[in-house]
Design a protein around this ligand. Structure first.
Ligand SMILES: Cc1cc2nc3c(=O)[nH]c(=O)nc-3n(C[C@H](O)[C@H](O)[C@H](O)COP(=O)(O)O)c2cc1C
Length: 246
C-alpha cells in the first residue's frame, strides 16, 4: 500500500489539519485547512463590457489593442503565456513561455527543440496558448497548428539575448534529467571557455515556434461571474465571431 506521508511532528494537530481517506490502495491525505481557505478565495471582476460590436473584425488587431492596454496596466510579465502541448496519445503538458512576437501569421516563442515541448511539437504540431492578465481581469486563449519560425528569424532573435542566456541555450539539455546543479554549472563553464570572447552562434537544437491561430477567445471578467467571452473562429476567408456563455 502506498501512502502520502504528512510531516506530523505534532501528531494530534496534524490529525485535525489533515483528513486521511482510503482510496483503493492509496491513502489520500486531504489538507482540510488550506483547501477550505482556497475554496473561500473570491473577488469580483468588474470591468468594461466586451461585445461583438466593440471588438475588431480581425483578432490579431484585437490582440494588439489588448496587448497595448496591458503594457500600460502595471501587469508584470504580460508576455508570459501558458503553452499547452500534447503527445500523439493525448497526454497533455503545459508550461509558461514568453511571447516574443506576433503578426498576421501567428504568435511566436523560442525554446530548445530537444525539450519535452519541442519533442511533443515535432510529432504533434498543435498547441494552445493562454494569457492571464489579472490587472485587467482578462484572459486570451489561442489554439492552432504550430510551425517552426525560420532559422533567420531565430538567428535575429538569438542575437538580442544576453550572452549568459546564449550560453545557457548551448549548455542546458532542457528537460533532461541531471544528477545535480554542479553538472549544469560545469557545462556552462565549458561553453564559456569554448566561446571565449567570440560571438555565440544559434545552437542547432534551439529556435522558435509559431502558433498559427484557428481560434482565439477574448475573455473579460465581469460582475457576478457573468463574464464576456468573444470567440473568433477562422473561416475560409474571414473570421467568424461568436459570444460564448461564461
Ligand atoms: C516566466 C517564465 C518564462 C519562461 N519562458 C520560457 C521561454 O520563453 N522558453 C522556454 O523554453 N522556457 C521558458 N520558461 C521555462 C518553461 O516554463 C519550462 O520550464 C521549460 O521550457 C521546460 O519545459 P518542458 O520540459 O515542458 O519542455 C519560462 C518559465 C517561466 C516561469
Amino acid at each position: 500500500m502506498s501512502s502520502i506521508v504528512v510531516n506530523n511532528e505534532e501528531n494530534s494537530r496534524a490529525e485535525r489539519v489533515y483528513r486521511k481517506v482510503k482510496c483503493r490502495s492509496t491513502t489520500l491525505i486531504i489538507m482540510n485547512d488550506i483547501s477550505r481557505k482556497i475554496s473561500l478565495l473570491r473577488r469580483e471582476y468588474s470591468s468594461h463590457p466586451l461585445s461583438r460590436r466593440s471588438v475588431d473584425s480581425d483578432p490579431m488587431i484585437q490582440f494588439r489593442h489588448w496587448f497595448e492596454e496591458v503594457m500600460n496596466a502595471d501587469q508584470p510579465d504580460p508576455e508570459a503565456m501558458t503553452l499547452s502541448t500534447a503527445t500523439p496519445e493525448g497526454r497533455v503538458s503545459a508550461r509558461i513561455v514568453l511571447l516574443k512576437g506576433f503578426d498576421s501569421r501567428g504568435f511566436s516563442f523560442f525554446t530548445n527543440f530537444e525539450s519535452r515541448k519541442g519533442k511533443e511539437l515535432s510529432v504533434n504540431p498543435q498547441a494552445a496558448l493562454t494569457f492571464y492578465w489579472f490587472t485587467l481581469n482578462r484572459q486570451v486563449r489561442i489554439e492552432g497548428e504550430v510551425e517552426k519560425v525560420s532559422e533567420q528569424e531565430a538567428i535575429e532573435y538569438f542575437k538580442t539575448r544576453p550572452r549568459g542566456s546564449q550560453i545557457g541555450a548551448w549548455a542546458s539539455p532542457q528537460s533532461a534529467e541531471i544528477p545535480n546543479r554542479e553538472i549544469l554549472e560545469r557545462l556552462v563553464a565549458e561553453h564559456e571557455s569554448k566561446f571565449g570572447q567570440y560571438p555565440i552562434e544559434l545552437p542547432p537544437h534551439w529556435g522558435g515556434f509559431r502558433v498559427k491561430p484557428d481560434c482565439i477567445e477574448f475573455w473579460q471578467g465581469r460582475e457576478s461571474r457573468l463574464h464576456d467571452r468573444i470567440k473568433y473562429t477562422r473561416g475560409a476567408d474571414s473570421w467568424e465571431i461568436s459570444r460564448l456563455a461564461p
